[in-house]
Design a protein around this ligand. Structure first.
Ligand SMILES: Nc1ncnc2c1ncn2[C@@H]1O[C@H](COP(=O)(O)OP(=O)(O)OP(=O)(O)O)[C@@H](O)[C@H]1O
Length: 238
């Protein structure tokens, strides 16, 4: 595997069993994702975008094929190994923020650090830095119910970067926001990509959001398809 590739997917298959029926989402998916990339993934509803993000994030396992991250296979890791791998390498950002409603902003951001061996003081420093980065240092004690959608997403971004992961996986990160707030969030993601070297993979329905990425891949029925004007890096399956 080339050093510049963060992810390599070879002949990945994903099938779900529903009663006697087997639903095949991916049959033979091949792709590479370069280190430092900001990749948007678009495609119609049901095309497999979230399923792909779950496979990349080690939330779900492929039925067949290989997924390598940073040169090491992650398919076939046990649940415990995968949880550890996720905690060390991935920050997740969701459409509806997924914050804990009974914890203030700082406590939400601290959550991923509770799985580490950092001391309380070290955790506090990391949380302060992450909240500063997203411009919410003055809202540390605010509860989620006291914040706007844009602020909630910024807290979620602080939580995603607080453990300094290589990769950010974003599922419709601006789907719940107005255009101006969406643009602010996308500019923040771009900054994390360009200035902090985070590799970002973002699923979106919004072509305006995809324009913030370095390039876009289009999924359709479990396959990458060519669209004009795209800087396409996929290795299409036969
Ligand atoms: N756990 C599951 N069991 C059975 N089928 C599933 C499961 N998860 C996803 N699917 C099916 O896989 C297909 C792809 O789903 P996925 O959520 O990845 O699509 P998507 O492109 O993200 O769609 P959307 O844009 O609507 O979120 C859908 O047909 C869905 O019903």
């Amino acid at each position: 595997m080339s050093d510049e590739n963060l992810f390599e997917l070879k002949a990945v298959a994903k099938r779900f069993k529903k009663g006697k029926e087997t639903i095949s989402i991916f049959d033979d998916l091949n792709m590479t994702i370069k280190r430092g990339d900001f990749l948007a993934i678009m495609g119609p509803s049901g095309s497999g975008k979230t399923t792909l993000l779950n496979l990349l994030g080690g939330v779900d396992q492929p039925t067949g094929g290989e997924i390598s991250f940073d040169g090491a296979r992650i398919d076939g890791l046990s649940e415990g190994e995968l949880a550890k791998w996720r905690a060390n390498n991935i920050g997740f950002i969701f459409q509806f923020y997924n914050l804990m409603p009974m914890l203030n902003a700082a406590k939400n951001v601290e959550l991923p650090l509770l799985l580490t061996s950092l001391s309380s003081k070290q955790r506090q420093q990391r949380v302060d830095t992450a909240l500063q980065l997203v411009g919410l240092a003055d809202r540390a004690k605010h509860m989620p119910s006291e914040m706007s959608g844009g602020q909630l997403q910024r807290v979620a971004i602080a939580r995603a970067v607080v453990s300094d992961p290589k990769l950010l996986l974003c599922d419709e990160p601006t789907g719940d926001l107005d255009r101006q707030t969406a643009d602010e969030i996308l500019e923040m993601l771009q900054l994390l990509n360009r200035e902090f070297g985070k590799t970002i993979i973002m699923v979106t329905h919004d072509p305006a959001a995809a324009r913030y990425a370095s390039h876009t891949l289009h999924l359709d029925k479990g396959q990458f398809v060519d669209k004009e004007d795209d800087d396409v890096l996929q290795e299409k399956s036969a």
